[in-house]
Design a protein around this ligand. Structure first.
Ligand code: IPD
Length: 267
């Protein structure tokens, strides 16, 4: 079954809207932790699991030979060359606490390349979307990264993951970065942080530890809005996500190295 990137995006958007309705509805009934993953603070709620199941059924119902990788489930190989990469709720801790900063994130990859992605924030109603080479939008309107203001004027997003050692390393790197930028934001959703870079609400973003389901869709949206995005490998082998407007990339990536977000001990 061949599909254009636009077809894949349309299916992703329709599915994300259904998923968003489900998670908002479940939140109104009250949220409880149903399990933990990498550490006791890395939680799963029933809504994460139910939302991923809805997304899987919708996507694979429409395209049964695609692959599917979801945060809460297995990596199912397909035969079509398309693989869906899904975070049913990115920002689960915010969701648990009733903080609106969470999103449904759905990306489609052709081989190893992400070609379509949607990040939908159900509470704000902001729906970010992109296809490869065709630009990025928010609620249908084109979006662009902010013009790089210089490091000392930059507002930088970050996060700290769930593992103690990663959090210690991230906190030390952020302490080195803080005196050299305008300020730091930790909003609690990697996907929305990348969309914030895409729409000019952040100047850059760096974090050790997100997984591909956290950054696949938001990464494409940021790139299509004019950002550069690289995934480096930290000292313990985690992904280090670095994103900044392409025009300010070398300045920001040098700062990330200088602050030792990689944890190689050079700072
Ligand atoms: C998390 C969020 C958070 C980031 C973590 C992610 P989850 O995803 O994106 O902002 O700091 O690294 O794991 O667990 O809410 O899907």
């Amino acid at each position: 079954m061949s599909a254009s990137d636009r077809d894949l995006l349309d299916l992703a958007v329709e599915t994300a809207r259904d998923a968003a309705r489900l998670v908002v509805g479940m939140r109104e009934q009250g949220v409880d932790v149903s399990g933990t993953k990498s550490s006791p603070i890395d939680v799963v709620t029933e809504a994460d699991t139910a939302c991923e199941e809805l997304i899987r059924q919708r996507l694979l119902g429409a395209r049964p030979s695609d692959g599917f990788l979801g945060e809460e489930g297995d990596d199912v190989a397909g035969t079509s060359g398309i693989r869906w990469i899904v975070d049913p709720i990115d920002g689960t801790v915010n969701y648990l606490y009733g903080i609106p900063q969470y999103a449904v994130s759905i990306a489609a990859a052709r081989g190893d390349e992400v070609v379509a992605g949607v990040v939908l924030s159900p509470v704000s109603g902001l729906e970010y979307a992109a296809t490869l080479g065709a630009g990025a939008t928010c609620n249908g309107q084109p979006i662009e990264v902010r013009r790089p203001p210089g490091l000392e004027q930059s507002l930088v997003g970050t996060g700290f993951g769930y593992e103690t050692e990663v959090r210690e390393r991230g906190a030390q790197a952020v302490a080195r970065m803080l005196p050299r930028v305008r300020d730091i934001r930790r909003q609690g959703s990697c996907a929305l942080d990348l969309c914030a870079v895409a729409s000019g609400q952040l100047d850059a973003y760096v974090e050790e530890g997100p997984h591909i389901w956290d950054y696949a869709a938001g990464g494409l949206i940021a790139i299509e809005a004019g950002a550069a995005l690289e995934i480096w490998t930290s000292v313990v082998g985690h992904d280090l996500v670095v994103c900044a407007p392409a025009l300010g990339w070398s300045e920001f990536s040098d700062l990330v190295l200088a602050c030792d977000f990689l944890g190689v001990g050079s700072a």
